[in-house]
Design a protein around this ligand. Structure first.
Ligand code: AR6
Length: 172
């Protein structure tokens, strides 16, 4: 069966997929942006589980349950702060997508949704980040026999247009 890669305009906390990815910070104790929205929707048990994880390095990821979210799991990853592009940002962003896919495979996830990691508060230009996101996910999926659908969940119409363009230009 072919793997579906799609782009959505939605609030990621509303998606009834097996796992959603959170753009977290190294403490894993919540924050603004999509992280704040996920913690608000999941409820306080998510914060309790995150506390027990003891943080996460930039470029790495951790699995928790989804609690009150429609998604069964949350995969928390820590994207790089954009510092101009010469500080290993693209390598770290690739690592976020690769680690999240690996954790999803290990958890038996079939459907997975990503926000646009690092492109909000962390300032990574979305035109560059979307290309990294799509090409890394496509490459990582070639090693998966479980994942059937990956969605890139865009929070604004402008972001959606950028991702659609990047998806068209990426050569499978
Ligand atoms: N659904 C989908 N996408 C969303 C949502 C949502 N509900 N809310 C925001 N976005 P950001 P970062 C988009 O700032 O840049 C937190 O404080 C948003 O429009 O959430 O990785 C963490 O604790 C943007 O396109 O994450 C860290 O400290 C994308 O999600 C820091 O922010 C990512 O924006 C991480 O910054």
């Amino acid at each position: 069966m072919p793997i579906v890669i799609d782009v959505l305009h939605a609030d990621i906390t509303t998606l009834a997929v097996d796992a959603i990815v959170n753009a977290a910070n190294p403490s894993l104790l919540g924050g603004g942006g999509v992280d704040g929205a996920i913690h608000r929707s999941a409820g306080p048990d998510l914060l309790d589980e995150c506390r027990r994880l003891g943080g996460c390095a930039t470029g790495d990821a951790r699995l928790t349950k989804g609690y009150r979210l429609p998604a069964k799991f949350v995969i928390h990853t820590v994207g790089p702060v954009w510092r101009g592009g010469e500080c290993g940002e693209s390598r770290l962003l690739e690592s976020c997508y690769r680690r999240a896919i690996q954790i999803a495979i290990d958890a038996g996830v079939k459907s997975l949704a990503f926000p646009s990691i690092s492109t909000g508060i962390y300032g990574y230009p979305i035109e560059l980040a979307s290309v990294v996101a799509i090409s890394t996910v496509r490459a990582a999926l070639s090693e998966s026999e479980t994942i059937r659908e990956v969605s890139f969940c865009c929070f604004s119409a402008t972001d959606l247009a950028v991702y659609r363009r990047a998806l068209r230009h990426d050569i499978p």
